[in-house]
Design a protein around this ligand. Structure first.
Ligand SMILES: Nc1ncnc2c1ncn2[C@@H]1O[C@H](COP(=O)(O)OP(=O)(O)OP(=O)(O)O)[C@@H](O)[C@H]1O
Ligand SMILES: [Mg+2]
Length: 321
């Protein structure tokens, strides 16, 4: 089967959802009790909010879940009135073959405050027959009267070991030739977003038969973390030419953009500070330089000249320390 793997491997039931155990446990109680309050799912992208809502609906509504489940995007281009009309039309009908109906409303944090107040009134009007599941990235953008009417579930970024497990299952089913180093590098770039991880896996499978760390880097078009690390260490040790050579190799040969380079330097420097391999004062000074050069590059200055200049800031650091 072709098509996106994120859909092909979207879990169909609560058991298959990874890394959100305490949420799944709480939700299973609603399945047992055959009733549920209004829910709010909040958290970053690609961690299972929509997937969990679908799996929950299938579990509580059973065979008739399709007839009793409505999925809407709150930031519908046709406007909030269309969304409300859809909700009204759906809620007016009695549930068929299931104890109640479920409305899943995505991206609620994109609704204006006025629209949220209108939504709140609708939620109240149909409490007898319907339950709402609202999904958003930031619960702070949701008005209090809605928050207080929902049981709130906070989804966390998916942990590395769970991402690895999920990718291994997909790799096995797709009969991919992939090593653990490549999987670990996907985890590094996915930053807790399982959708991103699966998309990187699929993209790299389509470019090469054997998936290695190299093919992953090609697909994400980011520099190898070890190159960035080597460059920074050389600079901190006063080896400007060595650091600059790595920078040129990465930017010219591998074609990494100036913006991506600054971001990766920032990530690496932050990691070094967390691991105490640079002291706090050095870290503070470097961050200040990084932010300045990041700004200049984004404003259109020549990225190679800017990055070489940024490297000199690392040099003077090692000398004054
Ligand atoms: N916890 C998870 N367990 C298993 N698969 C997951 C999980 N989270 C994400 N996925 C995979 O990633 C895809 C996207 O996840 P989903 O649509 O649930 O993300 P989301 O949290 O709703 O993101 P967004 O905020 O962008 O709407 C799913 O189809 C599934 O393949
Ligand atoms: Mg979603």
């Amino acid at each position: 089967m072709s098509g996106p793997w994120v859909e092909k491997y979207r879990p169909n039931n609560l058991e298959e959802i990874v890394g959100q155990d305490h949420i799944v446990q709480r939700l299973k109680r609603y399945v047992d009790e055959e009733s549920m309050p209004n829910l709010m799912f909040t958290g970053p992208a690609g961690v299972g909010k929509t997937t969990t809502a679908l799996a929950l609906a299938k579990s509580v509504l059973g065979d008739y879940w399709r007839q009793n489940f409505l999925e809407l995007n709150a930031s519908d281009a046709r406007g909030i009135d269309t969304v409300r009309t859809n909700i009204k039309n759906f809620c007016r009908l009695k549930p068929v073959g299931a104890p109640f109906r479920i409305i899943f409303l995505d991206e609620v944090d994109n609704m204006t405050k006025d629209a949220q107040h209108a939504l709140r009134r609708e939620m109240e009007m149909y409490t007898k027959t319907s339950s709402f599941i609202l999904s958003c990235n930031y619960s702070s953008k949701i008005i209090d009267p809605i928050q207080s009417r929902c049981a709130i579930f906070r989804f966390a970024p998916v942990k590395g070991n769970h991402i690895i497990k999920r990718l291994e299952i997909i790799a096995q089913k797709e009969e991919l030739d992939i090593d653990i180093k490549a999987i670990e590098s996907i985890v590094y770039f996915a930053e807790g977003d399982l959708r991103k991880a699966i998309n990187i896996l699929q993209a790299s499978a389509s470019v090469s038969e054997k998936i290695t760390e190299e093919s992953i880097h090609e697909v994400v078009s980011k520099a190898r973390p070890q190159d960035v690390k080597k460059m920074i260490n050389k600079a901190l040790n006063g080896d400007f030419l060595g650091a600059r050579n790595i920078l040129r190799e990465v930017m010219v040969v591998q074609g990494i953009s100036g913006e991506d380079m600054v971001t990766q330097i920032y990530q690496e420097v932050s990691r070094m500070a967390m691991q105490d391999s640079i002291d706090e004062e050095t870290y503070v000074n470097l961050i200040s330089s990084i932010s300045e050069y990041d700004f200049r590059i984004r404003e259109g200055a020549n990225p190679r000249i800017q990055l070489e200049a940024l490297i000199t800031k690392f040099l003077s650091k090692s000398r004054t320390d």
